[in-house]
Design a protein around this ligand. Structure first.
Ligand SMILES: NC(=O)c1ccc[n+]([C@@H]2O[C@H](COP(=O)([O-])OP(=O)(O)OC[C@H]3O[C@@H](n4cnc5c(N)ncnc54)[C@H](OP(=O)(O)O)[C@@H]3O)[C@@H](O)[C@H]2O)c1
Length: 269
């Protein structure tokens, strides 16, 4: 197990799913965590759990939280400043806040796609706005973005989700090569299907489904090793490469249309 002893990690979207379980995993590995999201009750409860369950000898406090909507840059900056005051310098930021939705042309609602990009993509950029100058100045730090395997291709009824995740992935890659040699690492996480509130709303088949705990362990290992990209499960990685890089586009589009003919999702967040 890779250690995070002495590291302070801020996670957006830490009130549920991957963000919450990653926070638990990192604390078990010796990190102190700053938790950000909109649902205060969830964050308060998680922070208490983390304090109670922290391994002996971990520096106190182990966890701090702030309510913040990643759509609001001013509030996000204030929350990050507050976490830094409480926990000390932040070493790693994880842009994890995000959501998906089914987009049917028949039920098109103006503004919905823009809001999704604003959360998934610009929410990450607002976090980077805060972190990057500090990390470059210190010549250390680590930016992590949770994109998706859906970032590799356009899938039916998921234009905004795939588009926002693709933009995250390419942005992070460009940032990584720009920052090479400056002490600041950039890691892109591309999960397949993972148990969370997001996938609880999905009705279509989700192959190679992972538990949140397994995903959090994989992500923590990738961050600790400062990997460029962490794509999982491996079967999904192979599928993505086969479908998007080796297959004619017309074949690929015929296959994905058949996989999700109606964009079945119970509700959107
Ligand atoms: N689960 C999967 O299969 C899967 C696969 C690939 C990628 N991902 C990505 O993993 C990330 C985490 O999702 P999840 O699966 O763990 O789903 P989740 O349980 O729904 O978690 C989403 C988190 O994002 C937060 N969030 C949403 N909008 C926000 C906003 N405007 N400001 C601040 N926080 C916001 C939510 O907190 P509040 O509602 O409390 O604000 C929540 O903590 C997402 O970026 C998602 O796209 C998930």
């Amino acid at each position: 197990m890779q250690s995070f002893g002495g590291k302070t990690v801020v996670i957006t979207g830490a009130s549920s799913g991957i963000g919450a379980v990653l926070a638990k995993e990192l604390v078990q590995r010796g990190a102190r965590v700053g938790l950000l999201a909109r649902r205060q009750d969830r964050l308060r409860q998680l922070a208490q759990e983390l304090e109670q369950g922290a391994p002996a000898g971990t520096e106190q406090p182990v966890a701090a939280w702030r309510e913040a909507d990643v759509l609001d840059g001013g509030a996000l900056n204030a929350a990050l400043d507050g976490l830094e005051q409480e926990l000390g310098p932040i070493d790693i930021v994880v842009a994890n806040a995000g959501y998906g939705m089914s987009e049917s042309p028949r039920r098109h609602r103006p503004g919905e796609a823009i809001r999704l990009y604003d959360t998934n993509l610009f929410g990450m950029l607002r976090l980077i706005d805060w972190a990057l100058p500090r990390f470059v100045e210190r010549r250390s730090g680590h930016i992590v973005g949770v994109a998706s395997v859906a970032s590799y291709a356009g899938l039916p009824y998921n234009a905004s989700y795939c588009g926002s995740k693709a933009a995250m992935r390419v942005h992070l890659q460009a940032l990584r090569v720009t920052l090479a040699g400056q002490g600041v690492a950039v890691t892109t996480i591309c999960p397949g299907f993972v148990k969370s509130e997001l996938t609880d709303t999905v009705e279509y088949p989700m192959p190679f489904f992972w538990s949140t705990e397994r995903a959090a362990r994989k992500i923590a290992d990738g961050i600790a090793k400062r990997r460029r990209e962490v794509v999982f499960p491996w079967q999904m990685k192979v599928l993505v490469v086969m479908l998007t890089r080796l297959m004619p586009l017309s074949w690929f589009e015929a296959i994905v249309r058949r996989g999700n003919p109606k964009g079945r999702v119970k509700s959107s967040s």
